[in-house]
Design a binder for this molecule. Sequence first.
Ligand SMILES: C[S@@+](CC[C@H](N)C(=O)[O-])C[C@H]1O[C@@H](n2cnc3c(N)ncnc32)[C@H](O)[C@@H]1O
Length: 237
Amino acid sequence: LSQTYGSLSQTYLPVLRDASLYYLLRDQDYEGLAEQMQAEYPYERVGLDRLLAILIDLSQMRITPPARVLDIGCNTGLFSLGLAAKGYTVVGVDSNIAAEVQEFYPGKIIDTAMQLADTFKNLKLVESAISDFLAENHDTFDIGLLLSVVHQWSGGYAASRQGVKTSAQIEETLAMLVSRIYHVMYYEGPDEDSLPSLNALSLPRWFCDTTLVQQAVPIALSVAANGELRTLYRLMR
Ligand SMILES: C[S@@+](CC[C@H](N)C(=O)[O-])C[C@H]1O[C@@H](n2cnc3c(N)ncnc32)[C@H](O)[C@@H]1O
């Protein structure tokens, strides 16, 4: 596996290939987790830090398992698998556009997550554009993860122009999300677009004014592949 997916560790996207890491997380063995991460996955700590920040925030907000999570743009599944390991009921959705644009993915992105998905009965992974998924499924969720996804829609994935959406399409998708996610959304985008204030978030103003998003609280900073800071926000009604 490490041969197949070795090149993925060159990206900032976390790929934890070993279910035992998720069990360490579930069992709150953070020392063991840190040791194993350092030995085997030093590059992926940034991703894990974001996951831990979300888990801590959810626990402080008393949004506890088995609350339902929709992970939009779940990629290779770090957040979906991590939250499922903690007992949340998770649906991860990814359109696979990153693999179509960036050559370092070995095949379908979601297949990487699928290899561990059977370990967790409370996890479902779907290959679909989020707009299609929302149109075809009427499920509702307590928690949404919208991490480093929305900014890809206006310029196309990784500035490739592939998957470009108009503002109207972006707003339609965000509106559908707002109607399906009841409690909290975690949002992350490039920092140049988003400052810690509702007005300056790189989201449509009306989105921030909906009942879902009346507060935007920065909960963590992370470093993207290009070395720039990204802020992780909790958006709530
Ligand atoms: C930059 S990655 C971020 C992955 C993960 N959320 C994180 O923060 O580490 C964006 C992911 O979103 C997926 N994606 C982009 N547009 C999407 C869409 N409209 N529907 C579903 N997935 C999408 C891409 O395939 C890619 O895997």
